[in-house]
Design a protein around this ligand. Sequence first.
Ligand code: GMT
Length: 374
Amino acid sequence: MNDRSLRIGIACYPTYGGSGIVATELGIGLAEHGHDVHFLAYADLPRVHGASRVQQHIVEVSAYPLFKYPPYDLALASKMRELLEGEGLDILHVHYAIPHSISAYLALQMSPHSKAKVVTTLHGTDITVVGADQAYREVTRFGLLHSDRILAVSEFLARETRETFGIDREIVVAPNFVDTDKFRPGPRPPGRPPVLVHVSNFRAVKRPLDVVQAFALACRDDATRLRLAGDGPELAPCLELAEKLKVRDRIDALGEVQKVEEILADADILLQPSGTEAFGLAALEAAACGVPTVGYVVGGLPEVVVDGETGFLVPFKDVKALARRTRELLDDAARLEAFRGAARDRAVERFCRRRSLEQHERIYFDVLADGAGS
Ligand code: GMT
């Protein structure tokens, strides 16, 4: 591999989970490999504080009475242009198609001397929900077609993208990854009651109400606890449902957790019955901690969780099956142990951080080589 140091711009949403985590962890890793990384986002990215060879640029959107909707995409394009010209970026890697890929296109148009290449990573709802919406469909397609490389976090998402937008270009699968040194199995103190965990932003798409229902069905009369990590609009309804089902006293609502690896390392099973999931980063992080996932067969989740080996995937909306599989695992210590080992091994072999960093560096050097002769 070419070992030249690159100047890489990374645009992302400053979110606690999903694409925000993937983008920031990727950038920090690339900087550790000797590249200079510039993050662009509309708010601070606490994870990058103190990292060397990393700078962050917060995109300010000025208000004006005429603007009912301040144009973030334009402010972002202007900031991107500044970095393309001022820092001489080689790569502009945008995470989540909307509006980042369109802003990148605009920024390149405004920087005629820049030879930077645009890489767009698709994360999920940018294609399956927002991008598929008639209001954004054509502009998303435009952003994709004008990216020099399109990456998707799963085979599922690559397929969905081709079908939704009628694109027959190559889409490279660059799966989510996990730091398997940080996310690792922890000691389960002997004798402590089993612990189920759910980690999400508590939006309807994550179906956390199904988690509470399955917990109530599977663990009606025992001491098993359910930990809910994260916050969002569905959390309060979940706790109301738990009261109604008389399991509230065995549920710990932890709110937004900074060190999710500690929560996962102390759990036995992750309950993750999302309605759609392009990949399922929480399931991967759990696997790295030796925690099997029980969820629905949706989207790219089967690429992360192998049914019957590293977890169980049941038909969508079948809460009874979710509860049954959970109970089965809790009652079969040998099987749970086998799943735990298999989940950890698969995370290390297929989805470790080093492998992903090398894949991204390869993609960057390839795309730069493509453009070198033109
Ligand atoms: O829509 C979300 O859940 C947020 C989104 C994001 O961009 O943060 O998550 C998506 O990206 C993650 C990281 O690539 C994937 O692991 C998630 O599966 C994906 N979520 C969905 O597809 C619903």
